[in-house]
Design a protein around this ligand. Structure first.
Ligand code: PLP
Length: 425
């Protein structure tokens, strides 16, 4: 099929009729498929059943740290700090091990900055008339929700194949003191799958910001979630910042949510010594410590199975065919039609699909009516507003390959139908 934009009105009308017929047939199949969130599939969760048996009574009494059954150790047991240190390529001493969610660590980091400022003597952001964050988009909807909750204005920055558009970022932060932060998912980004280039990391580290207390929220959620044997490499942001003279610029976050069990994993907040010391003052009021039993359980489980890398390879074996299926169906159904582009990520949890401008909402709504629930159009942008109404986040991990094939056939018909409608309008 050739580019739809080259078809005459009569040809488009004809194609529309065919597509409507196909769409109505799908509707009669009573499909029910929820692809709205990036959740591991059940067979992925099975990989971590050993976690439930990883600890003995003796284990919890005899760690390097002694008996861990009681209160104490605000920043986590040494074994868990070492684990994240190794996984993230950072010093264990810079790791604070949190509870079951890195998102809640991010929420709390913003909350502390709003209430108390980012360090001794810094003005709490909540005391300022206006605070803004840069939001490379498409991005992660829950980052944007945190900004909304704390009344932080969001500025859209375009995503490129190398990460955020750094010309835009540099120009914005240079003259605006109210810009206090930027959200980054630097590896296998949600949803575009992009890993930031070395140049992007260097430029972020060296940013000349008007705000002295500017922070990079480095959400390394997909740091070890490779789909291939040739993982993307991400430069060391801490080293780059230290070299550029901004050792306190980065807050890094990560978790085992998509390694073991989402919602029952362990998380990490990584930052400079000064930032951690300041945060711990407030964190020590919030909690006496997080769940050390779960921390040790994760450490032991990973030892027993030969390391996180081994587990991630098994995850990849299960989900790579799903990513491939989405790509195959989209290529078969939409390739060469000039109406859609999609990412082919080397890792992470999402495929980002761009339609013609002004079609994403229509596609999501058509798909919903046919029983395929996608992430809401616009969700990948601040305030739920995609200025070009074209981005759709595809989450391929939860459904089976067969379900995905059907779902993507339905989505493809919806994309083409919405495009034909647009071209005829
Ligand atoms: N960060 C990103 C970029 C995510 O995509 C997700 C989940 O989808 C999270 C954080 C949530 O992590 P957690 O379960 O550790 O709160």
């Amino acid at each position: 099929m050739s580019d739809l934009k080259n078809l005459s009105t009569a040809e488009l009308e004809l194609r529309k009729e065919e597509l409507e017929k196909q769409y109505n047939m799908y509707k009669m199949e009573n499909i029910q498929l929820d692809m709205s969130r990036g959740k591991p599939g059940p067979e992925q969760l099975d990989l971590s059943h050993g976690l439930l048996r990883a600890l003995s009574e003796e284990d919890v009494k005899a760690t390097h740290n002694g008996d861990i059954r009681n209160y104490g150790q605000l920043d986590g047991i040494p074994e868990a700090k070492a684990l994240f240190g190794e996984l993230l390529g950072v010093q264990a001493s810079n790791v604070f091990v949190g509870g079951n969610s890195s998102l809640s660590l991010m929420h709390d980091a913003v909350a502390r900055a709003v209430l108390f400022g980012t360090g001794e003597g810094q003005t709490p952001w909540g005391k300022l008339p206006k605070v803004k964050f840069l939001c490379p988009s498409p991005g992660y909807d829950r980052h944007f929700a945190i900004c909304e909750l704390f009344n932080i204005d969001m500025i859209v920055v375009n995503m490129t194949a190398e990460g955020p558009d750094m010309d835009q970022v540099e120009a914005l932060v240079a003259n605006d003191e109210t810009i206090k932060g930027i959200w980054c998912v630097p590896k296998y980004s949600n949803p575009s799958g992009v890993t930031y280039s070395n140049e992007t990391v260097q430029r972020l580290a060296a940013l000349k910001t008007k705000a002295e207390d500017f922070r990079i929220f480095w959400d390394n959620a997909y740091a070890f979630h490779h789909l291939t044997d040739t993982p993307d490499e991400l430069a060391d942001i801490f080293a780059a910042c230290a070299q550029a003279g901004y050792p306190d610029r980065v807050y890094m976050f990560a978790s085992t949510s998509k390694v073991t069990f989402p919602g029952a994993g362990i998380s990490a907040f990584v930052s400079s010594e000064a930032n951690l010391a300041y945060a711990k003052k407030q964190l020590s009021v919030q909690t006496i410590g997080y769940d050390k039993i779960n921390q040790l359980r994760h450490v032991r489980f990973f030892e027993q199975i030969g390391g996180v890398g081994e587990l991630m390879k098994q995850h990849a074996q299960l989900i790579k065919p799903k990513f491939d299926q989405v790509n195959r169906t989209l290529t078969e159904e939409l390739g060469g039609k000039g109406i859609a582009e999609w990412s082919e990520p080397q890792g992470g949890y999402f495929i980002s699909l761009d339609t013609l401008d002004g079609c994403a909402k229509r596609v999501v709504s058509l798909a919903r009516e046919a029983g395929v629930i996608l992430t809401g159009a616009g969700a990948t942008f601040p305030y739920g507003k995609d200025p070009r109404d074209r981005n759709i986040r595809i989450a391929p991990t939860f459904p089976s390959v067969e379900e995905l094939k059907k779902a993507m056939e339905v989505v493809s018909v919806c994309v083409e139908l919405a495009s034909v409608e647009k071209l005829l309008a």
